[in-house]
Design a protein around this ligand. Structure first.
Ligand code: PXP
Length: 235
């Protein structure tokens, strides 16, 4: 019975495409919660290409479940997180030129700066997740850095649907749970690929955005969230 946190960035992407004030990701946050989601996710990017500062602040005030703020570990974002107080911060790598987050955070390479960011956020009362590739060295480094949660990057698996990529996720999830971290998973998961995770009991929560918002265009956000939630609950 895994949880489901719904990322509403793509509602903001549609708004920003026209530079108008609709559709509002704040309204989407309310609807996904009413549909039963376990949390709302927003990624405040340095270039503010979709989610804006005002979205994060308002969603924080109205959210009844939990707000998960995806962010780069920069001084600006850490300052915003400490002020806004999301229930969880998920540290992700960020490149200006990418279409979406590409690859997990390299915690092995940046162990000191990541550990500092984790410590600062936790000292401010925020639970910290690290978005990492399903690689045992990254899991060990995330644990050493003091992370409460690892979010396993499922992008490679969702593209290939290969047994090898799934085995890497299972192994990483097992190790993360063994050392006492919470295990989340996300990126690229759709209504078909989530079914491949049934039986991977270590996964406690999924973070899914694009496929849900895309399906919502045709069947509505409430129905799209409920469908994905029913699938997540089978994992
Ligand atoms: N998890 C993280 C860390 C992400 O950066 C994203 C994309 O914003 C997601 C999950 C959700 O990915 P998708 O939109 O492909 O479901």
């Amino acid at each position: 019975m895994a949880g489901l946190a719904v990322n509403v960035d793509h509602v903001a992407t549609l708004r920003q495409a026209r530079g108008v004030d609709y559709p509002d990701p704040v309204a989407a946050a309310v609807l996904v919660e009413l549909a039963g989601a376990d949390g709302v996710v927003v990624h405040l990017r340095e270039d503010r290409r979709h989610i804006q500062d005002r979205d994060v602040r308002i969603i924080r005030q109205i959210v009844q479940s939990k707000l998960i703020l995806e962010m780069a570990a920069t001084p600006e974002m850490i300052g915003i997180a400490l002020e806004v107080q999301p229930h969880q911060a998920t540290l992700v790598p960020e490149k200006r030129e990418e279409v979406t987050t590409e690859g997990g955070l390299d915690v092995v390479m940046h162990k000191d700066s990541v550990a500092d960011a984790v410590k600062t956020l936790q000292a401010g009362g925020i639970k910290v997740s690290l978005f990492v590739d399903p690689d045992l060295n990254q899991i060990k480094a995330a644990h050493k850095a003091g992370a409460d949660v690892v979010e396993l990057h499922t992008g490679d698996f969702c593209e290939s649907r290969s047994p090898k990529a799934m085995a890497a996720i299972q192994e990483a999830a097992r190790l993360a749970r063994k050392v006492g971290m919470e295990v989340h998973a996300g990126h690229g998961i759709d209504f078909r690929s989530i079914q491949d995770f049934i039986g991977v009991k270590e996964i406690q929560e999924f973070s899914i955005g694009h496929s849900i918002v895309s399906r919502a265009v045709f069947i509505g956000l409430d129905a799209a969230v409920k469908e994905m939630l029913a699938l997540a609950r089978q994992v």
